[in-house]
Every structure is written in C-alpha cells, then in structure tokens.
Design a protein around this ligand. Structure first.
Ligand code: GLY
Ligand code: MN
Ligand code: MN
Length: 465
C-alpha cells in the first residue's frame, strides 16, 4: 500500500473549505515545497535533511530536497514536481527518482519537474486560482513566490486538524516506530555491565535503533543518571554513572518520518532504593489513573489535573506533603514544583505534534506547559507521561504560602533520585485507547531485566534485536 497522500490532501481540502470564508471552491490550490539541503556554516558539507512535515503529509516523500507538491482543490489532482536533474550530481549522489518510479511508488496523479512549477502556477493564476502555501522560505527568490498566498491561518488550521487524526496507514508506521523503540529500551535496560557513563545509554539506544532500520531518532535522546534525572530535557548525556542510583532514559526511534517517544527509569544496582521506588510508584499510579480515563470526549486538562491529585495523595502518604488537605494543597499549586510539565502531547510526524493548542501564556502554572488543551478524539496519538522531579532549581520557587505544605527535611532525602518519568504512546480508539508502547514499566519486571543483564557480567553482553 502507498502512503495515502491523496487521502490527506482531501482531508485538508474538507477542513479548509469548512473553515475558510468566501473560498473559491472551483479555483483553489495548495502548494508546498520540500525541505532544501543546507551546508554547515563556512563548510561544503551538507547537513542531514529533515523533511518538511507538511510537504511529507501531502506527498509521503522523505529524503528528497528541492521538490514541490501541488493539489488542485477543484479537480482533486495531486502533482509532484521532482527536483530538476543535475547531471553533475549523479556521480556524487547516484540516480535520482524517476517520474515513472514516483508514479509507481507514490500516490500522485502527475509527476513533473521543478522547472515546470512556474508555468503551472502561472496557468492556474490565469484562471483566477488562489494558491495557498505555508511559507515561501525555500523559494523566496523565485518569480513564482509572488503567485502564492503564504501564512494563511485557515490553511494551517486545515493542515493541522488533518494531521491530528491519524489514519490506519499512519498508525501502522507509528506502531512500527514504537516497536523499534521498545526493543531499544529493552537493550538499554539489559546492558548495564557495558554502561558506565550516560553516553553508553545513548550509544546503546542509537545502535539498536539503527540496526532496526531507523536512521533518525525522533529527538535528541535524554539519558540521565542520579540528580540529572530532574532536568526535563537533559541532553548532555556524558556524566559518569558510578555511585548513582537512578537512570532515566527518554528516547524514541523515528520510522518513515513518524515518531515514537518513550521514557523508562530503572535502578543502576538492579534493585530500586526505597526513595526511588516511592517516587516510581507515585508516577506509575499517576500514569495508570490517567490511562484508565483515556477515551474520546475526555478533556485532556481534566486528566492532567487528576494526575496532580494522585501525586498529592501519594506525597501526603509518604509525608513529603503535610499540614493540609488534598484540596488545600491542590489549590496552593505547590505540586507544580515537583511536576512542572504537562501530562502529555500529541505525537505524529513531530514529537510534539501539531494541533494541541497549548497556551504557554497561561497564568496557571499547573497548566502553562500542558501541550494539549482540547478534548480527545479517536485517531489522535498522545503521550501519557507524568513525572515527579526533585530539582533544586524548581524547589527554589516554592513560595512562602506554599512552603508550609512541604516537609523540606524529608524532601532532602529524595534529592539523589533526581526524578522519574514514565512515558507511553497512546492511540485514542473509538472505545477507549490502545497503548502502542510494549516495553514493561512494572518496577519488579524492570528489576529482573536489569539483574539478568548484570548477571552476565562485563564480558560484552549485548542484546541483539
Ligand atoms: N521527549 C520529549 C518529551 O517527552 O516531550
Ligand atoms: Mn513526550
Ligand atoms: Mn519523551
């Protein structure tokens, strides 16, 4: 089966026609450029190409630069413009994709070359077409840049609402990305004898991801140990692990431009310490309570706030919070200094995918970093990723009014853990949800996996997936 680019274009068309006022139904087109190769500054070496996700959504094409896609809303014709052939480049880069192969392998009605763009767009303009695009960044210097309408809010809305709901084909790609990622996390957990520095966690994940055919990760992996587990997007990944207790690894493989995003935590010794397990069980319960409620129609904000309540309940039981009821502590918002981010985000071609409607200006600190501010719908893929952190930087923000609720002496005893986050990728289904992540988050199973790896000793034990 081909990547359903035409189906995607029709979705965008429907959203656009429903949204845009006084639209010309018989004279509208969408036009998007692929990403372009760029050299590193002052260097003749080309940077890796990251395909423009909007171009990819309407084409299914990944590693090709200098291409364009055009969709005619009147007759539903989808046209690809391949990059012009540069004879001199063939000896360096090999043969380019031919129009015949593009028609065979992809979902286009017509395949032309980039040199045909100007006359095609001019011909549409001559019949009074409005040609919408996201931006003209890749071709601003061309004459045809003047023929398109860039930055139209309704066009972005239509693209994002379409990308938000994944079809079966996209879900199959995301399932595969998640499967690769499961295997990588399994490999990292199992390989402690050869992991003595955070860089080794990183290396193990990348090695197993690449072996499975995933050439790019969805984002820079976050490989932390000890107190650095409290830094949310830690990418230094180069500290020694010796003498520490906890590991947090947040990493995901990409598959054909679709992301996965999974976090697992484990004990370096193979046995959770009391404090590490206390935090782990708190986060696991936060995730489980939210998970039970994931289904269409649910307001994501409600699930996020529910996880704050679960955190508060556990912290009261552990004695980390004190001098107040669950309600008083919730109202004080002090839990935000231990759980500063949102419960999750949309996942798709981007790790923090489009359509979530975050409000980073929100005055409510508990909601400011929540990347989904809307009801769940079937076909969305979201992450469920609560976390609890013991970060000196965050705890400094506890106000005079909030500090009576915090048992500072006891909090000190948890600082070495750094933090715990458990993150799974969840497809919202018509009846509820499906967890695309398969790697266990059960702390006792995790202990067994780590211990089994440790028992093999330093003799080069390696999980081959
Ligand atoms: N890996 C980044 C995030 O979980 O959002
Ligand atoms: Mn995430
Ligand atoms: Mn993550």
């Amino acid at each position: 089966m081909k990547y359903p680019a035409k189906e995607h274009a029709l979705r965008v068309k429907n959203h656009f026609l429903a949204k845009k006022e006084s639209v010309k139904k018989d004279a509208t087109a969408f036009f998007i450029a692929s990403a372009k190769y760029t050299n590193y500054p002052y260097c003749d070496q080309v940077a890796p190409l990251r395909q423009n996700r909007y171009f990819h959504y309407l084409s299914g094409i990944d590693q090709i630069a200098g291409a364009f896609v055009l969709f005619n809303v009147f007759n539903d014709k989808l046209t690809l413009f391949l990059p012009n052939i540069d004879e001199d480049d063939i000896m360096w880069s090999g043969m380019p994709l031919s129009p015949e192969d593009a028609l065979k392998d992809y979902d286009f009605d017509e395949v032309l070359y980039a040199k045909d763009v100007a006359k095609t767009l001019k011909s549409l303009k001559s019949t009074n077409f409005d040609i919408y695009t996201t931006d003209t960044d890749e071709y601003a210097e061309t004459a045809f840049a003047k023929l398109v309408i860039a930055n139209d809010a309704s066009f972005f809305y239509a693209l994002d609402e379409s990308r938000l709901i994944k079809d079966e084909y996209e879900i199959s790609l995301m399932r595969h990305a998640a499967k690769i990622t499961d295997n990588c996390h399994m490999a990292v957990m199992s390989a402690l004898p050869i992991e003595t520095n955070e860089t080794h966690l990183h290396a193990e994940f990348v090695y197993h991801s690449l072996r499975q055919g995933s050439k790019f990760l969805s984002y820079d992996p976050i490989c932390c140990s000890g107190p650095s587990c409290g830094t949310l997007h830690y990418i230094k990944n180069d500290d020694e692990m010796d003498g520490k207790t906890s590991v947090l690894i947040d990493a995901g493989a990409e598959w054909k431009c679709y992301a996965s995003d999974v976090t697992r935590c484990f004990p370096i010794t193979g046995k959770f310490s009391k404090e590490h397990l206390d935090v782990y069980e708190t986060v696991r319960d936060m995730q489980a309570q939210a998970m039970k409620k994931i289904k269409p129609g649910v307001e994501w904000e409600d699930l996020h706030l529910l996880t704050h309540r679960v955190l508060i309940k556990h912290f009261l039981e552990l004695g980390l919070f004190q001098n107040g009821t669950e309600e008083e502590i919730f109202d004080s918002k002090v839990s935000a200094w231990f759980y500063p981010h949102g419960l999750g985000h949309m996942l798709g071609m981007d790790t923090h995918d489009v359509g979530g409607h975050a409000n980073y200006e929100d005055e409510n600190i508990m909601l400011r970093y929540l990347r989904i501010r809307r009801k769940l719908e079937a076909g969305m893929v979201v992450t469920n990723e609560p976390g609890v952190y013991f970060s000196p930087f965050l705890l400094e923000h506890i106000s005079k009014e909030q500090e009576k609720f915090v048992n500072k002496e006891l909090v000190e005893k948890y600082m070495y853990v750094g933090g715990v986050r458990i993150e799974d990728d969840i497809l919202v289904t018509p009846d509820g949800h499906e967890n695309l992540t398969g790697i266990t988050s059960d702390p006792y199973e995790i202990e067994k996996i780590v211990q089994k790896g440790l028992s093999k000793g330093k003799g080069g034990f390696h999980v081959i997936v």
